[in-house]
Design a protein. Structure first.
Length: 278
């Protein structure tokens, strides 16, 4: 097999989603670098794959990376896998891949399952533009600030969340993004899979009222900002109109944008359109 680092996607729940090319790669490489060897051992045993395996994770040292690079330089092939899904998507691997690219060592993607694209395909929200945010900060203040920054993004927002932080994340989304249309995709491809689309407030109560929905990893998708949406507080437009009576439109839009986190460009455009209508 060609000496390369192979980025191999693995199932996010249903083992039947493992690709034929992924299996062939895992069988033929000289070494598998896994996020958690104990977890991945179950996958390899299921498919009777006996390739040697070592651990590679977020806390791997520079010397660990150098060991892998040395093996690649001498002509060995290595497969990188995460606990589930496609490596590099909210998973370890960035430093190793970056090091390979820096030395012009071949990196070969072996596509397959991804909870992000699986959720996007089933959520029924706009998919032509999306922003993947991954996990929000655990602390409330940091989480609120991050969501305020995302408030004016027009693309569909995609988040990962752990079971114990799911309620808190939905609460903060409601308060910082408004009651937007959203989708909760939980335990994808598993026997207790949940895919529900509704307003954020409805999804929050759904999760609060059912302890089973607070188990397993979740993907949350939220519709992006649109200037005519009801999730923008009516007083925002009122502030904008009143400021524009005393200030140039661009200045008024900039002030309201600074307060609300909305796009100054969108607010300015709304002002111009509103004046034309009146």
């Amino acid at each position: 097999m060609t000496a390369s680092l192979y980025i191999v996607a693995t199932p996010i729940g249903n083992l039947g989603d493992m690709t034929l090319r992924g299996l062939e790669t895992l069988r033929q490489v000289d070494l598998i670098a896994a996020e958690d060897t104990r977890h991945s051992a179950k996958l390899l045993a299921h498919f009777d794959i006996r390739t040697p395996m070592i651990s590679y994770h977020d806390h791997s040292t520079s010397s660990h990376i150098e060991q892998l690079l040395r093996r690649l330089r001498t002509g060995e092939s290595i497969a990188l896998i995460s606990d589930a899904g496609t490596p590099m998507v909210s998973d370890p691997g960035y430093r190793l891949v970056a090091a390979c690219q820096a030395e012009s060592l071949p990196v070969v993607p072996i596509p397959g399952p991804s909870s992000m694209t699986a959720a996007l395909s089933a959520a029924g929200l706009p998919s032509d533009r999306f922003h993947f945010e991954g996990f929000l900060p655990a602390k409330l203040g940091q989480r609120s600030r991050r969501l305020k920054h995302l408030r004016s993004y027009e693309a569909t927002l995609i988040f990962f969340e752990s079971p114990r932080r799911l309620v808190g994340a939905l609460e903060t989304m409601c308060s910082e993004l408004g009651d937007r249309e959203a989708a909760l995709c939980r335990e994808l491809t598993k026997s207790h899979e949940t895919i529900r689309r509704d307003k954020l407030s409805v999804l929050l109560e759904f999760v609060r009222s059912d302890a089973n929905q607070q188990r397993g990893e979740a993907v949350i998708l939220v519709r992006g900002f649109a200037q005519d949406e009801s999730d923008v507080a009516p007083e925002t437009w009122l502030w904008l109109e009143r400021l524009a009576r005393e200030l140039p439109p661009r200045r008024a839009a900039a002030i309201v944008a600074d307060i609300t986190g909305l796009s100054a460009r969108d607010l300015y455009q709304w002002l111009l359109e509103h004046r034309q209508e009146t």
